[in-house]
Design a protein around this ligand. Structure first.
Ligand SMILES: [Cu+2]
Length: 196
């Protein structure tokens, strides 16, 4: 069964259900009319219980779903970060070209001339993160490279004649001695990797 057939069946089931609800409501109007006092007494009797039921139900659902909220993951992601300054110029990026894998990196993106884009493309060509480089402003981009390989940084904002060639190749690999990649131990207490 393809997606269109599944959709059609879902539509028919839902339509049948809606029609049934209409039918039940229409039938209920055929009952003998109750006096107002009796109807209100019955209504007030269920309305307190209905409130308690909803309150407990919502509270229970909230507590049960709490572990699935992303807050815990966000807290776990707040590991120490490398802070890496990036300067976007017409028409190049001044920044280191080697980065460690599985390491939280905060790019501090700025520009001395015009607005540029700062987009990071994974080896498979997917855009994984992006922000703008804006004059008189620093944009922070929090990135953790998940796999090693050749990445590209590209400008995503038309910034002049050289815009189409404005890109930089960066390498993501394992950090550590001899790899040429900065490691947390190697970058000092201020957490800043500066380019040469
Ligand atoms: Cu550009």
């Amino acid at each position: 069964m393809d997606a269109a057939e599944k959709l059609l069946i879902a539509f028919f089931v839902l339509s049948a259900f809606v029609a049934l609800v209409f039918f039940v409501v229409a039938r209920s109007t055929l009952l003998t009319v109750q006096p107002q006092a009796e109807a209100s007494r019955f209504g007030y009797a269920i309305h307190g219980r209905w409130f308690a039921f909803l309150l407990l139900g919502l509270l229970g659902t909230f507590l049960a779903s709490l572990p699935f909220f992303p807050y815990m993951r966000t807290a776990a992601a707040l590991q120490p970060a490398l802070r890496v300054p990036v300067e976007a110029w017409q028409f190049l990026f001044i920044m280191p070209d080697q980065f460690p894998v599985n390491q939280r990196i905060i790019f501090e993106v700025k520009t001395p001339d015009v607005t540029h884009g700062f987009g990071i493309y994974a080896p498979d060509g997917q855009l994984i993160a992006q922000t703008q480089a804006m004059p008189d402003y620093v944009n922070y981009l929090d990135v953790t490279f998940q796999k090693p390989g050749r990445y590209f940084v590209r400008c995503l904002e038309f910034c002049g004649m050289g815009h189409p060639i404005m890109q930089k190749e960066i390498t993501v690999g394992e950090a550590g001695a001899g790899s040429g990649l900065p490691s947390l131990a190697a970058i000092g207490s201020n957490g800043v990797v500066t380019h040469e």
